[in-house]
Write a protein that binds this ligand. Structure first.
Ligand code: IUR
Length: 451
């Protein structure tokens, strides 16, 4: 068996590692028998020399096998699904999609993350709801899936321990943006959920990890290959991420928008993402005969209220008081009697009359993050009430001095520099007779076979 320095040298010299060698590396990481400097050197060698598809698949499989792998009752075979997003601004898709899929008869053991950098985390958003508990044991997850069909929970310590080590080291060694390392990290965690089908929402644009469609497509293809190599039917949507998904950014505000969407009053772009990603999963599991039937089933589950019922049951099972869950999901809800409203709100005005041409989602995300909606270090507390609400849509005609954004803030007030950046985040174009439609978010689908 090769020694660890031999393995590092082999990758450093650009050679392909064998299955056995990758296994040796990952087991040494998981058992903590490898020195930090060796892990760092191997990560940098992988970053510099890359991996061929077969190596990436083996890396992913070995990472998955470094800890517990979930198992499900055999009656669920073919019906266990999840989705993963590479991170967007105002990305609340999971909150609507998980219950919609459950309403369509699928099982969704959604293991989500927390926000770091400027993108929010699904777990943080749900924790805006008093009582919501993201920590659920394997037995509790099984019970919630049995009775409701979906859960949204945090990662347990026993799931993919190799990723926990590698992820921290990648951050410390500037090796986060490596295709095989991102692929291994994301897909190993989904593999450990023992899914039958997985859909990935790979974002591109100014507020995404990858700025252009071509590099996002490379990541999507790598993720799709690795997912399929583990036996999960895996598809991906490439969706643009320049503005905001829906109209709200910030934890409580995004929960409110998700619940409104589940009441059938959601914005078009959010519904498009939800129905497309859900439609792909329904098709991949054979629950719909084609993509358009899949999209329709998801849309019906949302518009008809079945998904809202699942959401209500899910949050109740995860610790929200019965009366609170009921009141949140009733026809007329005073959301701020359930979730705290920020102490201050300020409205920003349009600089001219015309058409809303552009809204810079990255600026909104960064500033709300800095006002307390996000964290800059793992473990830091966040302020759920901080955020921003768009009061206009792209393509909308506006007059001069109309409110276009409502900023919610608490004790950390925006500086004049932050206010100026926010003011510049909207572009009002020349007035024309025909306002532009909202741009389509999903640009392309990568599917295991043609749907
Ligand atoms: N999310 C993950 O789970 N892993 C990664 O490497 C990245 C995002 I980048």
């Amino acid at each position: 068996m090769s020694s660890i320095p031999d393995l590092i040298k082999k990758k450093r010299d650009g050679e392909t590692l064998s299955d056995e060698e990758i296994k040796t590396f990952i087991q040494a990481v998981a058992k903590e028998t490898m020195q930090d400097c060796q892990i760092g050197a191997m990560l940098m060698a992988i970053w510099l020399k890359g991996m061929v598809d077969a190596e990436t698949s083996t890396l992913t499989r070995e990472m998955m096998s470094s800890g517990d792998v979930m198992s499900w009752p055999k009656e669920w075979a073919g019906h266990v699904v999840d989705k993963h997003s590479t991170g967007g601004v105002g990305d609340k898709v999971s909150l609507v999609l998980a219950p919609a899929l459950a309403a369509c008869g699928l099982k969704v053991p959604m293991i989500s993350g927390r926000g770091l950098a400027f993108t929010g985390g699904t777990l943080d958003k749900l924790e805006s709801l008093p009582g919501y508990n993201v920590n659920q044991s394997a037995e509790q997850i099984l019970e919630i899936l049995e009775s409701v069909g979906c859960c949204i929970v945090g990662q347990t310590k026993k799931l993919v321990p190799a990723d926990r080590v590698l992820y921290a080291m990648r951050d410390a060694t500037s090796t986060v943006d490596s295709l095989p390392l991102i692929t291994g990290s994301i897909i190993s965690k989904k593999g450990a959920e023992s899914l039958n089908a997985l859909v990935l929402d790979v974002k591109f644009g100014r507020a995404a990890l990858y700025k252009d469609l071509e590099s996002a497509k490379k990541l999507a293809q790598s993720l799709v290959n690795a997912g399929n190599s583990l036996g999960m039917r895996t598809g991906a949507a490439l969706s643009s991420m320049d503005g905001v998904i829906g109209r709200c950014v910030g934890n409580s505000l995004e929960v409110i928008e998700s619940v409104e969407t589940l009441k059938g009053k959601g914005p078009k772009d959010l519904m498009e993402l939800v129905t497309t990603l859900g439609g792909v999963l329904l098709k991949m599991t054979g629950s719909a005969s084609d993509l358009s039937e899949g999209k329709k089933k998801i849309s019906d589950a949302v518009i008809g209220g079945a998904a809202l019922k699942k959401f209500q049951n899910m949050i109740e099972k995860q610790g929200v008081a019965k009366e609170t869950a009921h009141s949140l999901c009733s026809a007329k809800t005073d959301y701020f009697s359930i979730m705290r409203k920020s102490k201050h709100q300020v409205e920003l005005k349009t600089p001219a009359e015309g058409i809303i041409e552009d809204i810079d989602g990255l600026v909104l995300a960064e500033i709300t993050h800095n006002l307390g909606a996000g964290r800059s270090k793992a473990g830091e507390a966040i302020n759920h009430s901080v955020g921003a609400e768009l009061l206009v849509s792209l393509g909308q005609r506006v007059g001069k001095g109309e409110s276009w954004l409502r900023l919610h803030y608490d004790d950390r007030a925006p500086t004049s520099n932050q206010m100026n950046r926010l003011k510049d985040a909207v572009t009002v174009g020349k007035q024309t007779d025909t306002p532009k439609q909202h741009p389509s978010f999903v640009k392309e689908l990568l599917l295991p076979d043609a749907l």
